[in-house]
Design a protein around this ligand. Structure first.
Ligand code: URA
Length: 195
């Protein structure tokens, strides 16, 4: 079976999933974006927002557009270099942070997507993504920019945490040492690693 076939099978299960209450309120399951055959990295966000829930595609709203700008500046091609997913596949009402139960119920899809795509690098975009792989509570600002080895179902992956673009929407400065400048630094490191 090809990667795409395996992911299609997993997607079918996910589209019918009613393992948590988000299944009642969602419009669309947001499974993934990008090309699993060419992607060298998986970027993992938190959960779909309103635009993602309406379109079924991750990171297409305001945060997604800002993410696209940073990816382009760092020389990362969103369609070719990345497979983009979320920790939780359905939108939490009013964009609240997903509960532990929701994350636990959705983890099998998340981990399986990673094992099937088997990328060179995992990118944890924000604290919710990081915490599904790294149990110690640590702020993104403390761990960003560092390569970290994580295990997913027994397979080891090189990973880096980056700020979530929603955080950058509230922090505009591009000055050295500020979140936007650090985001660009981190994405450039990732870009170098996957080229
Ligand atoms: N924020 C996320 O974490 N993921 C999305 O897909 C959109 C916004």
């Amino acid at each position: 079976m090809t990667k795409k076939d395996k992911l299609e099978d997993l997607k079918k299960l996910c589209l019918n999933c009613q393992n948590c209450e988000l299944g009642i309120t969602r419009n669309n399951v947001v499974f993934s974006d990008g090309n699993p055959d060419t992607a060298k990295a998986i970027l993992i966000g938190e959960a779909p927002g309103e635009n993602e829930d309406l379109t079924g595609t991750p990171f297409v709203g305001r945060a997604g557009k800002l993410l696209n700008e940073f990816l382009e500046k760092a020389g990362i091609n969103r369609e070719k270099d990345l497979y983009i997913i979320n920790t939780v596949k359905c939108r939490p009402p009013k964009n609240r942070v997903p509960t532990n139960e929701e994350k636990d119920k959705c983890a099998k899809y998340l981990y399986e997507q990673i094992n099937i795509v088997n990328p060179k690098v995992l990118i944890f975009c924000g604290a919710t993504a990081l915490q599904s792989f790294y149990k110690e509570k640590v702020q993104i600002s403390k761990i960003r920019g560092k390569w970290l080895e994580v295990e997913v179902n027994g397979d080891k992956y090189k990973s880096m945490s980056i700020f979530h673009p929603s955080y950058l929407l509230r922090n505009h400065s591009m000055d050295e040492g500020k979140p936007r400048a650090l985001m660009l630094e981190d994405l450039k490191l990732i870009s170098k690693e996957i080229k």
